[in-house]
Ligand binder design. Sequence first.
Ligand code: G1P
Length: 293
Amino acid sequence: MTAACVRTAVIPAAGLGTRVLPATKAVPKELLTVVDRPAIQWVVEEAVAAGIDEIVIVTSPHKKTIEDHFAQMTDLESVLEEKGESELLARVRQVNELANVRFVSQASPLGLGHAISMAAPLVGDEPFAVLLPDDLFPDEGRTVRRMIDVAESVGESVVSLTEAVGEEITKYGCAGYSMRDGAVVVVDRLVEKPVFERAPSNLRINGRYVLTPDIFDKLACTEPGRGGEIQITDALALQIGDRGLRGLVVDDVGFDTGSRADWLRANVELSLRGTDGSAVAAMLEAALESNGF
Ligand code: G1P
C-alpha cells in the first residue's frame, strides 16, 4: 500500500437499533444526538480528520433521513441567510461540505459483513476503512490514522483492538495472536462473540477496521455465521491464512452509543470537553446535589 491509498471510509448504518428502542422506533440510531450533532456526523468527522474524504454510508430503505442529514438544504440555508444567522448557516453548510458522502442500500439485514460488501462497487480495488457508527472515537482520527499507517507498512488488513474486562469479550469479536510488538499484534485467530471459556485472548474488536480490497472476495465466500448473519469477523479470519492480519491495540474504548448508559456518558463527557464544559460541570454538580447524591 502507498500513503495515499486509503481514500474511502465505509460506514455501515443499516442496522435496526433494537438496543435503544423506543428512541429508535422512527429515528435511525445513527441520528441520535450526541451533544449537538447526530452520532454519524461525529464518525464522518473522525474519518475526515484521519485524512479520508470519500465516505460510503450503507443504509436501509427506511433510513432516508440519514441521506437528508448530509444533503444540501437550500430552503433552510435561505432562511438562515435572511435572518443573518451566519454562524448557524456555516455549521449547516459544513455538514454537506465535510466530504463526498455517497449512499448504498442494504435491502435485507443479512449481517455486518454483507453490509460492507454492498459498498464494493463504490470502493473499487483499493484498501478502505470501516467505521461502525455505534462506536464513537472522538480522537481527531488518531486511531484510524494509526491503523492506516500499520496497514500501509505491512500490506494487510488491520483491526482495532482493546483489552476486554472479564466476560465483556463474549459481546465482541475476539482476536487471538501469535506475536506482539508494542501495540501491534499478528492475529492468528478470530472468533465472533466467543464463549468466555474458549475466547482465544482478552482482545476485543472495536468498530474500526482498515481492510485490503480482497476482503470483498472473502465476503463473497463467507457462509452465514453467528446469528445466521454474514460476519466481517469470519471474512477477516479467511484473510489470516492468506495474506495475514494485524491488530492495533488501543487503550481508548471510545463510546458505544448503541448502549443507553454509554450514549449518556458520551453526551456528558463530550459536553465537558467542549466549549460549554464549565457550564455543564456546574450544572451536573447542581443536579447531583439537588437529587441527593
Ligand atoms: C460488531 C462486530 C464485532 C465487533 C463489534 C464492535 O458486532 O461483529 O466483531 O466486536 O461490532 O462494536 P455488533 O456490535 O454489530 O454485534
